[in-house]
Design a protein around this ligand. Structure first.
Ligand code: IPE
Ligand code: IPE
Ligand code: MG
Length: 223
């Protein structure tokens, strides 16, 4: 049995789901929240301690303003509505990425992080305005005056400092690429590409992934 301590997810396919069902990409983003809730409950049940969710990339700024605003609004409403419950369930929220949204949303994100900082049941790393290359550049700049930089020094200089590398990365939405997500951290992660769009992704699909993962021989270079 391979233990799972950290699962990371590229939640892709919302737009296509929305277009297919009601000709509205934004509807897909809203529906995607149900899958987020499902995964959160799943991780708690399976005692997975870290869940990293790719919610908005540094490249997603290229989307139309209307869609971006819809996404940020959705996040704001969700947090305002659910933060109390999240905190009561002992879930910690941590943002990875650079907070450069509206003043209101930046403040809310800071508040959510501070309020939940002591929680240990599950840590959700919400990747927002996250880009792996940007994160690495941030780390390199922090380390540029240091000599003999070690792997551990890099780990400690990333946004994901103190977060162990994920054992599992899932990407939904029938696309096989990483889209600038956790490039350093997934050096030895098992990757699962799922055909289903994010809002269609269900508990059974996660069960299947966990089952497959449990049977993988993780060599880490050995035989
Ligand atoms: C992923 O779904 C969610 C975000 C990037 C915010 P998409 O919006 O990329 O959905 P598709 O890939 O266009 O269907
Ligand atoms: C990746 O999805 C980013 C998130 C899920 C937040 P995208 O839909 O933005 O990725 P590309 O553009 O298809 O690579
Ligand atoms: Mg997409």
């Amino acid at each position: 049995m391979n233990p799972v301590n950290h699962m990371a997810i590229i939640m892709d396919g919302n737009g296509r789901w929305g277009l297919k069902h009601r000709n509205s990409r934004n509807l897909g983003h809203k529906e995607g929240l149900k899958s987020v809730e499902m995964v959160m409950r799943y991780c708690i049940k399976k005692r997975i301690k870290f869940l990293t969710l790719y919610a908005f990339s540094t490249e997603n700024w290229k989307r139309p303003l209307k869609e971006r605003n819809y996404l940020f609004n959705l996040l704001e409403i969700y947090l305002k509505e659910k933060l109390e419950k999240i905190n009561n369930e002992k879930i910690r929220i941590k943002i990875i990425g650079e907070k450069n949204f509206s003043k209101g949303l930046n403040k809310l994100l800071d508040f959510a992080e501070k309020k939940t900082i002591k929680n240990t049941k599950l840590q959700i790393n919400l990747a927002l305005n996250y880009g792996s290359k940007k994160e690495l550049i941030y780390a390199f700049n922090k380390l540029k005056k240091r000599k003999g930089v070690t792997e551990n020094d890099v780990n400690k200089s990333l946004y994901t400092k103190n977060i162990p590398d994920p054992e599992i990365l899932v990407r939904t939405g029938n696309t096989q690429r990483l889209s600038n997500f956790l490039l350093w951290q997934i050096a030895y992660t098992e990757i699962f590409f799922e055909k289903k769009l994010w809002p269609d992704f269900k508990r059974e699909d996660l069960n299947k992934i966990m089952k497959k993962f449990s049977k993988v021989k993780r060599n880490f270079g050995k035989i």
